[in-house]
Design a protein around this ligand. Structure first.
Ligand SMILES: C[S@@+](CC[C@H](N)C(=O)[O-])C[C@H]1O[C@@H](n2cnc3c(N)ncnc32)[C@H](O)[C@@H]1O
Length: 232
């Protein structure tokens, strides 16, 4: 496994999980405004399987389950998967631990071999170098139903993290530069909407947008692009 993937795993194992107890705004708006109204999901005729990639502590999976999906989630963080199973015992078997090089494993292995209608990657798809990200997207594509949808929110170069991280030797990826903090992650950032559409170009772009988050004016800025795309 590549060094940066091992480092990302170690970061998650040591520094703990994503600590998101509730489903985020971006996800419930996506379901209410777009998936339900425009795509009529989940279908009332057949099972609609969804997979939340990098599900953390499971709130998105639980939200889709409650909305009527056959919802699954995977993550590399053992602690978060354990929390998700405890928090949502009625769907405990839908949370699966995966390896950082999960792009090598057909994703249907995690959904009891069912084709996936909706894949969500909420703040979780930027932890790969170019080669591995492209493998991951091909894996998504192969695991989906025809007309399958992929939603992703991706950190942008407008975020404070972009400035405090430095270019690494892995294509696209930046790393934290700090002598004190030996636990750090590698991640990449998207420059513009055009860049996001290009990075996801094996899919057909349906919607592209963005959002900012900053709690206090002295706090870090996080800026995400969000894209909804469809299998071609
Ligand atoms: C910023 S957190 C977001 C968690 C959750 N999606 C949310 O929005 O609350 C990123 C998540 O991606 C997971 N992750 C990082 N690298 C991964 C990989 N190679 N495969 C699967 N999950 C990964 C992390 O463990 C973490 O839970």
């Amino acid at each position: 496994m590549k060094y940066y993937l091992r480092k990302n795993l170690k970061y998650r194992e040591n520094d703990g999980g994503s600590n998101s107890p509730n489903v985020e705004d971006a996800i419930f708006r996506l379901q209410g405004k777009v998936l339900k109204n425009i795509y009529k999901l989940p279908s009332n005729k057949r099972i609609t399987t969804s997979l939340d990639f990098g599900c953390g502590q499971g709130s998105t999976v639980n939200f889709f389950h409650q909305a009527g999906y056959d919802a699954y989630g995977i993550d590399i963080c053992k602690g978060d998967i354990e929390i998700a199973k405890r928090r949502y015992p009625y769907i405990a078997d839908k949370f699966k631990l995966c390896k950082p090089d999960v792009f090598k494993t057909p994703l249907r292995k995690f959904t009891d071999n069912k084709k996936i209608s909706l894949i969500t990657g909420h703040r979780s798809l930027m932890y790969f170098d170019k080669e591995d990200f492209e493998k991951l997207l091909r894996n998504f594509n192969n695991s989906m139903t025809s007309n399958g949808l992929l939603y992703a929110s991706m950190l942008s170069t407008k975020s404070t993290y972009f400035q405090i991280m430095k270019k690494s030797k892995f294509e696209w990826l930046r790393e934290t530069v700090s002598k004190k903090n030996l636990n750090f992650e590698y991640m990449f950032f998207c420059e513009s909407k055009k860049d996001v559409i290009k990075k996801f170009s094996i899919f057909k772009k349906m919607l592209i947008g963005s959002y900012y988050y900053q709690l206090d004016e002295n706090d870090k800025i996080t800026h995400y692009y969000q894209i909804l795309c469809k299998k071609k």
